[in-house]
Design a protein around this ligand. Structure first.
Ligand SMILES: C[S@@+](CC[C@H](N)C(=O)[O-])C[C@H]1O[C@@H](n2cnc3c(N)ncnc32)[C@H](O)[C@@H]1O
Length: 243
């Protein structure tokens, strides 16, 4: 990429961002969250939508059909969109939404009441206090501005989004999955297996074959921060052994 194109690719998202922060309270809250919580924040944008992952939600519900009244965590639940969607797939489950952005968390708590649903500030203590979980969904959280990663053609992301941040929280979430439960990770810049490798959890988790494994959308990076080529097929649903 030429220097001019590189400079443009760097400048454009920042100019767009500056405008959004000036005009949009949600964008402002994202920036404030990043300033306040620093390296505790993974993806610092909060784009979400109802029923964003129908295949993964449906497959997970099928895999947990024998545990209909389980406990489910949506890690990085934005303004509650994902938790509302999960209710359609898990009508009897206890749903917990964890969000780090206080403005979005307040919005979650203003949703129409559901006696079997809680929203919590995303800290390890709060998450552990409501677990263990039959399923943990971490969707579009273990990433950082992936469109910028693609637009700027990053081949190495260890300064943009260090593997250690991903591994730290991915391992913690894995530790909160109940035996026989599921860990579902979508739109991460790194691979789940790489975070679990060489830990006590590596042997406990296996990708579920035939569900959630297809080509990655966008680039994936190895623990050294370097791009994996060719773009790999990745697993998204992992089951913890035991019952
Ligand atoms: C792109 S949104 C994804 C929302 C939803 N999971 C989805 O896929 O539609 C990412 C969300 O993760 C949140 N987030 C980032 N780091 C977090 C952390 N450490 N704990 C909980 N939420 C976090 C952000 O504030 C943002 O709301």
């Amino acid at each position: 990429m030429s220097l001019v194109r590189q400079a443009f690719a760097w400048l454009k998202p920042r100019a767009v961002r500056l405008r959004a922060v000036a005009l949009d309270p949600r964008a402002r809250s994202e920036t404030m969250t990043r300033l306040r919580f620093g390296t505790r924040v993974h993806q610092d944008l909060s784009v979400s939508a109802p029923n964003r992952y129908p295949r993964l939600f449906a497959s997970s519900a099928g895999l947990l059909a024998d545990r209909p009244a389980g406990r489910i965590l949506s890690f990085g639940c934005a303004a509650g969109e994902e938790v509302l969607s999960l209710r359609d797939y898990f009508p009897h489950a206890t749903l917990v939404g964890a969000e780090i952005n206080p403005v979005l968390l307040a919005r979650c708590r203003r949703l129409a009441p559901d006696p079997n649903r809680t929203f919590i500030a995303s800290t390890p203590d709060n998450i552990a206090a409501h677990g263990p979980y039959d399923a943990i969904f971490a969707m579009a959280v273990f990433t950082r501005r992936p469109h910028e990663v693609e637009a700027r053609g990053f081949r190495e992301i260890s300064r943009h989004y260090p593997f250690a941040l991903f591994a730290r929280d991915l391992r913690f979430l894995a530790s909160q999955v109940a035996p026989g439960g599921l860990l579902i990770v979508e739109h991460a810049l790194y691979r789940v297996e790489d975070a679990l490798a060489w830990t006590a959890l590596a042997e406990a988790f296996r990708p579920v074959e035939g569900a959630g494994d297809w080509l990655a959308k966008g680039p994936r990076f190895g623990p050294d921060g370097r791009i994996i080529e060719p773009q790999p097929r990745i697993a998204r649903i992992f089951r913890r052994g035991g019952v």
